[in-house]
Design a protein around this ligand. Sequence first.
Ligand code: CUK
Ligand code: CUA
Ligand code: CA
Length: 645
Amino acid sequence: MRVLGMPAPFFIALLLVGILVGVGVSTPLMIRSSDEAVENPFERPYPFPHRYWAESDEYYVFASGGQQGGLYVYGLPSMKMMAEIPIFTTDQAWGWRVEDTKIRDMLTDPQTGKVATIGDTHHPAMSRTNAIYDGRWVFINDKMYGRVARVDLDSFRTGQVLWLPNIPGGIHGFGISPNTDLAIANFELERWPTFVDNIKDRGVEADMFEGPLVGGFAGIGIDAAGTMTNDWQVWSPWQHDMLRIGWGESDGWIMNTTYNSERAVETVPMFGREEDYVFFWRRSSIEDQVTAGNTIASDEAPDVPIVSWQDIEVYAAKVPLNPHGIDVSPTGKYMFIGGKATSLVVVLDFEKIEQAIADQRFEGEEFGVPILESDFVRTATMDLGLGPTHIEFDDKGFAYVGFFVDSDIKKVPLGGPHAEQHGMTPWELAEVIPVHYSVGHLSVPGGDSAQPYGDYLISMNKLAKDSFLPHGPLIAENHELFSISGEKSFIIDEAPIPPETHYSQAIPKSLINPKQVYDLPADLEDTGVQYDYENKVANVSMSVIRSWFTPISFTVPEGWTVKMQVANVEQTLDMTHGIAIEGHEVSVSLDPGEVRHLEYQVGEAGVYWYYCIWFCSELHLEMRGRMIVVPESEWTPDMEWQPAA
Ligand code: CUK
Ligand code: CUA
Ligand code: CA
């Protein structure tokens, strides 16, 4: 195979040493003034009215934070960042700390008891109804540890973290079923030796040092309240990268890729084949095996059934070398897959896939998995540019394919039922949109669902280079906003966003209606301190209001534990308080109406101030109190905190 007129191995060698990454730098900036006659939605009125952005923004964008470990939230088209939602990492600014026992429990691995406060969020997945975003929750994966989370959009807070057993980490592809009853998380790393011991009686031998690698994916049930459970896992001889769960024409299929069909453990051999695979797993065939009990389980998770790939209805199709993005068109009919290390994007048609399965049109098999005839299931093979990475769709019958190496996005008209929408020749390049620089994911609001809103396109550029004021060697990401509502796309804005977004999803603001304060529980305990001498625990019940803490001081014997219920009893918009306790690594926020449960060991005898960390009122600085730790030898019960007379 030749790519760009050079032999494929040579091209791959260039990719590996990163030479081609620099290509984007030479892209001219001329696109900025592409068409001055078009209406620019970023034009501001003058004089500028207060609340302009609250009223003019049309969408919320939820962008993963990568190694920031949570989500960024900004408005569209203003690109103005409003919030970070901490998920897998602690974050003092947004009140996400492990002194809070609920948060610590979420971040604790139930297998090992270890608390993991680092993470790597990649793929936000909006809850959906009939494959259309419904605004209830965003689910997301952690690529670092084996866990996924649910963020509740009524509070913009993480509501659940589910740890996946048998998996050390490497959760990459992640997606939600069209009616939010199932999430799938692909895993790229196996846990030694559990995994390999259990899979070898299926004919897949592996050695800890030599490989080959094995993998699979986890099926996570989601109930009507959004609660996730470990329902089953599929173990297979391959590691799986990106993922989609089908709808419409692809309903009932779970699709995932492997770029490592070679099953190599080292980088270069992962490019050993000219083509890799996309897999099609029939969801019902997995669930049938679970129902029939044709499963195994590991010692660490005896309740989680594991299904072998051999017992499932699964097919493969060949796709270009080291695929990454795998994306499904709005009706569910077409699947786009690009080969990262090629210039090729292939389009598969689900009607043809179903027919190939019915007619047994196979061109081979591997590990018993039939390989569908490539020529039959492929509707198009497009040679579009270097480094195709991810794909999104609009509502006018176009696909947008991002090219990391070329630093641009190529717009391509879809065929089939979409041909009438645009009247153009399908599967041929319609427009090139330069980006600055090196796009990873791109995002059209609703662009991975049955209902894309085709007005905006965000290019999430991995490299910003010279786009903003220099700010040291670590440079922000560039989220670049384009208008795609007209025939010709044009840039509207660029926004520096802290590292490092992978995917983002944007949802109309009409679907999001977060609460403004938490409802205070009716049965809040009375404030005060109860001393538990048997367990050496001081149970503190504290309330917080402008501009004092109650109790304003309390005593604890040295060596004890404090368990504190602390309630912000305000019901006023934007009236967040906090409590930081000097010398004790305690610093949490309390939103209006919020009740938190903290736990910490008291330090050496002494006086420790606590104070409010948010500038909440003109008397904010006065808002403080004291924890007095008494040497245990000097402690007498008459030192106990007493209610005011
Ligand atoms: S991955 Cu990061 S650019 Cu995790 Cu979706 Cu492709
Ligand atoms: Cu409460 Cu500052
Ligand atoms: Ca490969």
